[in-house]
Design a protein around this ligand. Sequence first.
Ligand SMILES: [Zn+2]
Length: 141
Amino acid sequence: MHELALADAVIKAALRAADEAGMDRIDKLVVKVGELQQIEKDLFEFSLTSVLPTQDERIADAEFEVTEERVRFGCKACGHEYAKDEAALDGGGDADEAIHFIPELSHAFARCPSCGSPDFEILAGRGITLERIEGSSADDG
Ligand SMILES: [Zn+2]
């Protein structure tokens, strides 16, 4: 039920954003899912499209777009930013597989391609973000 909880959080964030923007109706939601986020995407999209819109009439007819956010690392030693593909990996292909399936392991394998430091932070590609909402208010016309 992990996906359902995440979808629920996205819907709540969207409704809050709609309140702040003065929208009475949400037509479209764009959701970014990080490459490192452990999630069953089909189930997540199913939760968004089928289950949750019934919870609030403002969002009942909304269209959902789910996009993937690529992971980006930031080197703490030299400040260089790099994608997973660019990281110098210990162990080659096996390490890449390990990172894909067990994101926590990325610290054990990735190296900055610029200076070789293993000390990095994850700048993007983690978690689920409500990218934007599109909608309208009753005042619009
Ligand atoms: Zn570096």
